[in-house]
Design a binder for this molecule. Structure first.
Ligand code: TYD
Length: 208
């Protein structure tokens, strides 16, 4: 199922989704949008942060289940995505199903993340920020702290998984109607924000 006015930003670590979300939040038109991210800031998401920081060492399969559980609360929970959309807002989020298919696809194989994520609703627009992992790592390392997936080999494999997953979704009958926009994440911040707004401004919420 595809949800109108629902938008997802995806990309490997350091691809620049957070910078673009920040710019979008500052636009006056953004009062019509609820923003959030995964992992969430619920208890489930906080626990995932400990896993990502390397404080809790889990089997990769357990991590895949935890991301899916965090997502279920994010979509269906009290102040979740479905509620926001029902309340007439657009919803834009940093990371979703595609992060699990790409990152956990690398750490525990494609099958489990696919099974755990097949029933979540899909966004109207998926922005994929594409960047060479060497370039994204240079951005991350200049920030200081790094998480468990932030190394060259892992991100190279994750980017490959993302590109495969996107191809799969392009051909998937249930995903027809999801607009996949691939962004060259090496472009300037201004150029990228223009491209993004050109798509967001066409959402039904701005045109009805
Ligand atoms: P990220 O958005 O990069 O957060 P921050 O910039 O604050 O560190 O997300 C954290 C990490 O979580 C990132 O490396 C990708 C990973 N992740 C998964 O492995 N699977 C998932 O399903 C999600 C949502 C995130």
């Amino acid at each position: 199922m595809i949800l109108d006015n629902f938008v997802v930003f995806e990309g490997i670590d350091g691809a620049g989704t957070s910078t673009q979300l920040k710019i979008l939040k500052e636009r006056p038109e953004s009062t019509k949008i609820d923003f959030s991210a995964e992992p969430t800031d619920c208890e489930t998401g906080r626990f995932l942060r400990s896993v990502l920081g390397g404080k809790v060492d889990l089997d990769p399969k357990t991590t895949a289940y935890l991301f899916a559980a965090d997502r279920a609360e994010h979509v269906y929970g009290k102040n979740g995505i479905e509620k926001s959309l029902q309340n007439g807002k657009a919803v834009i989020i940093d990371r979703y199903v595609f992060s699990s298919l790409a990152y956990q696809g690398v750490s525990c194989g494609k099958e489990l993340p696919r099974m755990l994520n097949k029933d979540f609703p899909l966004p109207q627009i998926l922005f994929f920020f594409d960047i060479d992992p060497e370039k994204s790592l240079a951005r991350i390392q200049s920030r200081g702290v790094t998480e468990i997936y932030e190394n060259s080999e892992y991100l190279t494999n994750t980017r490959k998984q993302y590109l495969d997953v996107i191809e799969e979704y392009k051909n998937m009958p249930s995903a027809q109607g999801m607009n996949i926009v691939i962004i060259d994440a090496t472009k300037s911040v201004e150029e990228i924000s223009k491209i993004i707004w050109s798509h967001i401004s066409k959402l039904p919420i701005y045109n009805s």
